[in-house]
Every structure is written in C-alpha cells, then in structure tokens.
Design a protein around this ligand. Structure first.
Ligand SMILES: C[S@@+](CC[C@H](N)C(=O)[O-])C[C@H]1O[C@@H](n2cnc3c(N)ncnc32)[C@H](O)[C@@H]1O
Length: 242
C-alpha cells in the first residue's frame, strides 16, 4: 500500500488534520479571499476534497461543486457535510473530465504525493485537461521557503484523551519531506507517515507551466499577498488558455 492509500492516516488523524477550526477558516476564506471569487454557478472541482471542508462553503456560495478523493471514509464525511456535492472516489493520478470545470482547487498540501516526479506533473496535466477554456487551477501547498523557517522542530497537538506528535525529516536534498505522525492515547500509540515532494515557488511555477497553464502567478496567502518573506503558504494560480 502506498502511504496516501492508508486510511489510518486520514481517518486516524482526522481530529488533528480536520478540526472544526479549519472548517471555519475555509468558510471565511471562501467568503473573503480574492482568489476564491468565481463566476456565479462556476463548476468547481475540489481535487482531494477530504471531508469536504471547502465543498460546503463553496456550494453555499452557489458554485456547482464536485469533490474527488481516494478515501471512501473521507468521502462519507464529505457527503454528510455537503449533501449537494457530487462526490467521486478516484485517484488524482487518473481523474480527468475533459473541459468540465471552471476551477480546479487542490488545497491544504494535497499535491506532490507520488514517488515519481512525472506522476505529480501528470496530476497537473489532468487538471488542465479537466478545465474549460479560461478555467483556473489553484494549488495550495507549503512552499520550501515557508517550510524552511520551522521544519524539523517536533510539534505536539493535544487531542481528546491524548496528543499527536509530528516529526519532520527532509529527504533527498530538499526534494521530499517525510512527516511521522504518532497519536498517543493512554497505553496505545498509532503511527502513520506522510511522504511528499516539496517545491519552491519557482519550481512549482515551472511545473504548472510545464503542464500547459498560462498566466501562472504565486501568492503567499489567500488574501492575494505576494509570495515573499511574509508568506504563510504557497498558492499557485494558472489558467487554461486555448
Ligand atoms: C491533507 S488532506 C486535505 C483534504 C482537503 N483538501 C482539505 O483541505 O481539508 C489530503 C486528502 O487527499 C486525499 N488523497 C490522498 N491521495 C490521493 C490520491 N492519490 N487521489 C485522490 N485523493 C487523494 C486523502 O484521502 C485526503 O483526503
């Protein structure tokens, strides 16, 4: 099993990855972010939608939302949260619907999961092919420049009856990041691993461009700030122009 197919990771650590605070944050961003204002009734694909934290506020704004995720458990949560969403259980490496969407979102570091660099590029090519002319991709990850300021320091987050410890290891000369997640509750410990490619802004911009996107820009947060030394995340936006 590949690490991202492990539902013990997405479900077992859901309290830490998808706390109620993130649902509120997603709703606020959908209401206020200049990067998330689309044409009325835009067809929005949420690629790797998880439990649908973004699907609900996007649907409430009147967009037609489609969520894709590989985890049946995550999709069950998404269905409960946002019954109006169309949900598809498919691998992002395979998922493509020619010209069907106006927006493709891939948020909260849901990119770079494949061990082969060409497969991560293929995900972007799939997104390109799934967009209509003038459709846009919005990719949200933790850029290397942002990660460099804190990566490596062990983090601990309290959860009900226990705590989660996260330990980072930089691999292959800053090509990939491994994060070991351990949940300790009483006498039991649950362990899972995330191992994904990491990108500088220039690297991700080049990859998005290689996939065919045009007018590619980087931002440092959903408020549209530049990707500079104050950046909190790396957001890359690109357009399909036929
Ligand atoms: C970090 S979570 C982010 C979820 C959501 N975007 C959010 O902001 O809450 C990553 C999600 O990607 C899904 N995933 C992992 N590998 C995938 C793949 N190959 N194809 C589709 N979904 C995948 C996981 O099941 C998980 O729900």
């Amino acid at each position: 099993m590949r690490w991202y197919e492990n539902d013990d990771l997405w479900s077992g650590f859901a309290e830490t990855m998808f706390p109620p605070r993130r649902a509120t944050e997603a709703a606020d961003l959908v209401a206020t972010s200049p990067l998330l204002q689309f044409a009325p009734e835009a067809r929005v694909l949420d690629l790797c939608c998880g439990p649908g934290l973004w699907l609900l506020p996007l649907a409430q704004r009147g967009y037609r939302v489609i969520g894709v995720d590989l985890s049946p458990v995550m999709l069950e949560h998404a269905k409960a949260r946002c019954p109006e969403a169309e949900l598809i259980c498919e691998d992002m490496l395979e998922f493509t619907r020619h010209g069907q969407f106006d927006v493709a979102l891939n948020v909260f570091t849901s990119f770079g999961y494949f061990a082969e660099a060409k497969d991560n590029l293929q995900v972007l090519r799939n997104a390109y092919s799934s967009l209509a002319n003038d459709g846009q991709l919005i990719l949200d990850v933790l850029g290397k420049e942002v990660l460099a300021s804190w990566v490596g320091r062990p983090k601990s987050v309290d959860v009900e009856g226990g705590y989660v410890v996260m330990r980072d290891t930089i691999l292959d000369d800053w090509t990939r990041l491994r994060t070991d997640w351990t949940l300790i509750r009483g006498e039991t410990a649950r362990h899972a691993v995330i191992e994904c490619f990491i990108y500088s802004a220039a690297e991700l911009k080049a990859l998005v461009t290689e996939a065919g996107f045009q007018d590619v820009e980087c931002f440092g947060d959903f408020d549209g700030a530049p990707y500079d030394n104050h950046a909190k995340r790396l957001i890359v936006r690109g357009y399909r122009r036929d």
